[in-house]
Design a protein around this ligand. Structure first.
Ligand SMILES: Cc1cc2nc3c(=O)[nH]c(=O)nc-3n(C[C@H](O)[C@H](O)[C@H](O)COP(=O)(O)OP(=O)(O)OC[C@H]3O[C@@H](n4cnc5c(N)ncnc54)[C@H](O)[C@@H]3O)c2cc1C
Length: 383
C-alpha cells in the first residue's frame, strides 16, 4: 500500500485548502441539532458547494490518496459534516455504483452528488436488528410494481429523506423455510418516501433530537425498475451496503476525533489536568488508538480500490474499534473539562450522549465481533 502523495496530489491538497479557506467563512451558522429540516437545507447547500467546485463524491471515483487528502483537509478545516447526506453519499450511492444498472446510476447518482436528494436506510425492523435476515416487511409483485407492507424502525433522517434503501421479503415467509432460505428471500429496493402508503413517525433520542423515525408501509407501490440487484438476491447486495457503511463511512469521523483529541490535550495543559498522570495516560492511549484507526482507514480505502471498489469484512474491525474509541474519547473529555462537560446545552454533552449510539448503529459491537471471528479470523460458527 503506497499512499505517499505525488506532486500532483499535493497540488490538489493546496487547491482544496485554498478553496476551503475562501468558502468556509461564507457559510451561515449551522442550525440547531434538533432542527432536521434546517439541517437538511444546510447539509445539502454545503454538498452543492462541493459539487460546483468539483469536490463532490471524490470517494466514488478519485484515487485513494486524493480521497484521504479530501477527508483530512475538510476535517482539519472544520468543514461541515456530511450530515443528512450520509446514507446517499456513503452507502446507498456506492451500492448503486457497484450493483445498479446504467439507468439506475444515471437516475440516482447525480442528485445525491448535487445534494438534491437525501436517502435514508430502511433495514432494521422491530424483530430484525442484529438478526437482519429475520425481516418481515413484504413486497408482493403485481406486474411492474411491488406492493410493500410492513414497518421499519430506527430509520435515521427518514423525516427529511426523498429515498430509502429498503430491504423487503420477496421469498417465503419467515418460519416456513430453512435458515438459508431466510437469506435468499430478501430484495433491495429504492423506495420513494413520498409514495402513497408511507407514514413516518419521528422517535426522540437520548440527546433530545428526533434523529430517527419509525416508518410504516401500507401497500406502498414501488416500481420493479427500482430494484437494485436481482429479486431474492438482496442479502448479497446488503452485504455490499454494509461493507461501505462499516468499512469507509466513518473515515471522516476518525479525522474529526483526532482533531478533538488534540484540542483536549491543549485544554488539559491549560487547565492543569495534564498534571494527572492517569488522565495523561488515557489521552496518550487514545492518541495511539486513533492513529491506528487512521492507518486502518488508509488500509480499507486502499484495499477497496484493489478489490473492485467494495471494502471487505475488515470494515467490521474499524467499526468495532472506532465506536468504542469514540465513547472513550468523550468519557475522557468529561474528565478534562469537569463541569463544562455537564452543560446540557453544550456541544460536549450532546457529543457524549450521541457517542453512546455508535456501538449500536450500523450493527452492534457484539455482531461486529461475531463477523470478525467468523469471516476475518475464520473461527468456527457458534452453535
Ligand atoms: C443512532 C442509530 C441510528 C440508526 N440508524 C439506522 C438506520 O438509519 N436504518 C436502520 O435500518 N437501522 C438503524 N439503526 C438500527 C441499528 O442498526 C440496530 O439498532 C442494530 O442493528 C441493533 O439491532 P436491535 O436494536 O434490534 O438490537 P437487538 O438485535 O435486539 O440486540 C440487542 C442486544 O443483543 C445483542 N445480540 C443480538 N444478537 C446477538 C448475537 N447473535 N450474538 C451476540 N449478541 C447478540 C446485540 O448486540 C445487542 O447488544 C440505528 C441505530 C442507532 C442506535
Amino acid at each position: 500500500m503506497d499512499l505517499a502523495p505525488t506532486e500532483e496530489e499535493e497540488e490538489f491538497r493546496a487547491g482544496l485548502r485554498d478553496w476551503l479557506a475562501r468558502t468556509l467563512p461564507t457559510l451561515p451558522p449551522p442550525p440547531s441539532p434538533a432542527d432536521w429540516p434546517g439541517r437538511r437545507a444546510y447539509d445539502t447547500a454545503w454538498q452543492r458547494l462541493l459539487y460546483d467546485a468539483g469536490y463532490a463524491g471524490l470517494h466514488w471515483s478519485a484515487s485513494p490518496a486524493r480521497r484521504l487528502i479530501f477527508l483530512e483537509e475538510t476535517e482539519l478545516a472544520r468543514a461541515p459534516y456530511v450530515g443528512a447526506n450520509f446514507v446517499g453519499l456513503l452507502h446507498a450511492g456506492p451500492t448503486i455504483i457497484a450493483e445498479g444498472t446504467a439507468e439506475q446510476r444515471a437516475r440516482w447518482l447525480d442528485p445525491i452528488l448535487r445534494g438534491d436528494e437525501i436517502w435514508c436506510q430502511g433495514f432494521s425492523e422491530p424483530g430484525a436488528g442484529s438478526d437482519l435476515a429475520s425481516l418481515r416487511t413484504r413486497a408482493v409483485r403485481d406486474g411492474d410494481t411491488y406492493r410493500v407492507t410492513g414497518s421499519k424502525i430506527w430509520t435515521s433522517h427518514a423525516e427529511v429523506a426523498d429515498w430509502c434503501e429498503l430491504l423487503v421479503r420477496t421469498g417465503p415467509a419467515i418460519g416456513t423455510g430453512t435458515d438459508t432460505a431466510r437469506h435468499r428471500g430478501i430484495t433491495w429496493l429504492a423506495l420513494p418516501m413520498d409514495a402513497p402508503g408511507v407514514t413516518v413517525r419521528p422517535l426522540r433520542t437520548l440527546a433530545g433530537s428526533a434523529e430517527f423515525a419509525e416508518v410504516f408501509l401500507d401497500e406502498v407501490p414501488v416500481p420493479v425498475s427500482h430494484r437494485v440487484g436481482a429479486e431474492n438476491d438482496g442479502w448479497r447486495v446488503t452485504m455490499v451496503t454494509l461493507s461501505f457503511e462499516r468499512g469507509t463511512a466513518f473515515a471522516g469521523e476518525v479525522v474529526a476525533c483526532r482533531r478533538t483529541l488534540a484540542e483536549l490535550a491543549r485544554t488539559a495543559r491549560a487547565n492543569g489536568r495534564w498534571d494527572d498522570p492517569v488522565l495523561r495516560r488515557a489521552l496518550g492511549r487514545l492518541a495511539a488508538e486513533f492513529t491506528a484507526l487512521w492507518r486502518l482507514v488508509q488500509a480499507n480505502v486502499s484495499e477497496a480500490q484493489h478489490s473492485g471498489g467494495v471494502p471487505g469484512s475488515g470494515g467490521s474491525v474499524l467499526k468495532l474499534r472506532y465506536s468504542q474509541a469514540r465513547q472513550e474519547l468523550y468519557e475522557t473529555a468529561a474528565q478534562v473539562l469537569g463541569d463544562e462537560a455537564l452543560d446540557l446545552d453544550g456541544p460536549w454533552t450532546s457529543e457524549r450522549l450521541s457517542s453512546l449510539a455508535y456501538t449500536i448503529a450500523a450493527g452492534t459491537s457484539q455482531i461486529q465481533r461475531n463477523i470478525i471471528a467468523e469471516r476475518v479470523l475464520g473461527l468456527p460458527k457458534g452453535g
